[in-house]
Design a protein around this ligand. Structure first.
Ligand code: PEP
Length: 251
């Protein structure tokens, strides 16, 4: 049985005060649903504050990115160890990182290895653009992102991963993939790619989140699908009531 996992990606949003207010509402709202793994992923400057606020809860926290190197002359970057001081998770290879900041399957691969060796759980994002989708290339793109992004990992490392299938055309557009389409990519592309790398048994244990315009309204249908093991939520994670309702739908 794969435990459902819902994570909120706040992206580059909220002031520190707004983050504090959101958490004041969110923590009690999420507390009852402990059989769902749940996490918030705030911007870097708020990690320490949010860590303090989550003290004594079983709500996890992730960063939205990190560098693969352990330390050194990398101005503006944050190391895996720095992230691991505060977080259990790290989002890697988000499509916004790939599109605006030049991330590639190769850099994602370096980051995944580095995150795992630092004890972090990577949430590895994959997904096709609208043009790739319309050209019928979804399977090809997602297969490549998984097999290249997770290259040279051992099956026991594979077990520690979370994958987020996030079609780029669905992110922030209000146009979520239907539950059937997401299920089909999870079952027919993502899990077979994981099985190709790690074997059937390990692939069967890896959580695959769906991401892209998830709301309280569409979450129940998505979570009813056998291979949708939770969600990576962007916009809807900025509202306590909406995010809590999404977590509740996974319960
Ligand atoms: C995301 O940023 O990972 C995401 C899925 O965003 P949204 O839910 O806003 O589409």
């Amino acid at each position: 049985m794969r435990k459902k996992f819902v994570a909120g990606n706040w992206k580059m949003n909220k002031t520190a005060e707004e983050a504090r207010l959101l958490l004041n509402e969110l923590i009690p709202a999420l507390e009852p649903f402990s059989h769902v793994e749940r996490a918030v992923c705030p911007p870097f400057p708020y990690l320490m504050m949010v860590r303090h606020m989550l003290e004594g809860t079983n709500i996890g926290m992730g960063a939205q990115n990190m560098h693969w190197e352990a330390s050194g002359a990398f101005t503006g970057e944050v190391s895996p160890k720095m992230v691991a001081e505060f977080c259990q998770y790290v989002i890697l290879g988000h499509s916004e990182r790939r599109t605006y900041f030049g991330e590639t399957d190769e850099t994602v691969n370096r980051k995944v290895k580095s995150a795992l060796s630092t004890g972090l759980t990577p949430i590895v994002c994959v997904g096709e653009t609208l043009a790739e989708n319309e050209a019928g290339k979804t399977a090809e793109v997602v297969w490549r992102q998984i097999t290249e992004g997770l290259k040279d990992l051992l099956p026991e490392e594979g077990l520690k991963l979370v994958i987020a299938y996030e079609p780029v055309w669905a992110i922030g557009t209000g146009r979520a993939a239907t539950a059937e389409v997401a299920q089909s990519v999870h079952a027919n592309v993502v899990r077979p790619a994981l099985a190709h790398l790690f074997g059937q048994e390990v692939a069967g244990q890896i959580r695959i989140q769906y991401g892209g315009s998830v709301t309280a309204k569409n979450a129940p249908e998505l979570f009813a699908m056998p291979d949708i093991d939770g969600a990576l939520v962007g916009g809807a994670s900025l509202k306590a009531g909406e995010f809590a309702a999404i977590v509740q739908a996974a319960a």
